[in-house]
Design a protein around this ligand. Structure first.
Ligand code: CDM
Ligand code: ATP
Length: 269
């Protein structure tokens, strides 16, 4: 079975408090985008994993796809499979790529083995693998809170708008990014801000990671400002970075811009 785990962007990201378990409570809108990996899971004699495309740091046995398989096989009688991942979503990029691979492994194994695991239970499994993972089970625009693993469906739709994502290849550690932020409650609830047109979001819909990360990597702020210069209605960093995105009314000619970076652009759903 072949599936295409997709990335997400964060539209606004408030880090509201440090929790006693060491994590942070956040509020953010997660929006799926079509920058994808390819994940193939097939029957096999022994369970194995292979990957190509962007090199994934760390040991293959640590891959989130295998972790998802091992987690389900502790509870269900699964036949061995071969998992092949073609990695295209940049890593350490604020796009949740590894989390998407993990969640898609859960939902694909559910189909392949006719496990009939409810959506709610798949979300519970996904949560065990990472805060961002749970979102990818439902994989639709959602207002997320708690660790980022609790949701409320939002009626925000950016369907038909054009997105440009620019990844400059800087790997940002999520742990380090959180440690550089002083949690605070936002002045205005994100749900209120995003109910206004996208053109009103500039300076209002904020990502709390930006200040600290931009100070360390000024080039990221330069990319954000370039997206505005090119006509973006709204531009921001996704998650803990380093990817910047711009939302445009329609397709935009970027020739001569961002040539040395990894860029994905396309229509939002
Ligand atoms: C930055 C975001 O991508 C925004 O969507 C996510 O909050 C990150 O989620 P993630 O990559 O799935 O993170 P996890 O694998 O769950 O956690 C990695 C580390 O990030 C920090 N972490 C993560 C999520 C959260 N709500 N608070 C945290 O403080 C913790 O130090 C944790 O040990
Ligand atoms: N399928 C996978 N894809 C990417 N990284 C993986 C995967 N499986 C395990 N990892 C490990 O997770 C680390 C990347 O996690 P990290 O959370 O920084 O990035 P991400 O999942 O690509 O997205 P984000 O930056 O949004 O959190 C890698 O260094 C790698 O060791």
């Amino acid at each position: 079975m072949l599936v295409f785990p997709n990335a997400k962007i964060n539209i606004g990201l408030n880090i509201t408090e440090k929790r006693s378990d060491g994590f942070h409570n956040i509020s953010s809108v997660f929006y799926p985008v079509n920058w994808t990996d390819a994940l193939e899971i097939t029957w096999s004699d022994t369970t194995s994993f292979s990957a190509d495309g962007i090199v994934i740091p760390g040991n293959e046995s640590e891959n989130l796809c295998l972790k998802a398989f091992n987690m389900l096989s502790a509870d269900y009688d699964l036949r061995p499979v071969h998992i092949h991942l073609l990695k295209a979503i940049p890593i350490g990029a604020g796009l949740g790529g590894g989390s998407a691979d993990a969640a898609f492994t859960i939902s694909t194994l559910n189909k392949l083995f006719d496990l009939n695991i409810s959506e709610e239970k798949q979300i519970d499994y996904a949560r065990r693998l990472g805060s961002d993972c749970a979102f990818f089970i439902l994989n639709k625009p959602m207002y997320c809170f708690g660790k980022g693993d609790q949701f409320e469906i939002t009626d925000l739709s950016l369907a038909g708008k054009w997105i440009v994502m620019v990844n400059p290849g800087i790997h940002i550690s999520t742990v380090e990014a959180y440690s550089g932020v002083k949690p605070a409650q936002p002045e205005t609830d994100l749900r209120t801000l995003i109910s206004s047109p996208v053109s009103t979001w500039k300076d209002a819909v904020r990502n709390d990671f930006e200040a600290g990360i931009f100070e360390k990597y000024p080039v990221l702020d330069e990319i954000k400002q370039s997206l505005y210069q090119k006509g973006a209605l709204y531009a921001a960093m996704s998650g803990s970075g380093s990817t910047l995105y711009g939302i445009f009314e329609s397709e935009t000619d970027l020739s001569g811009h961002f040539d040395r970076y990894n860029v994905w652009q396309g229509m939002l759903n």
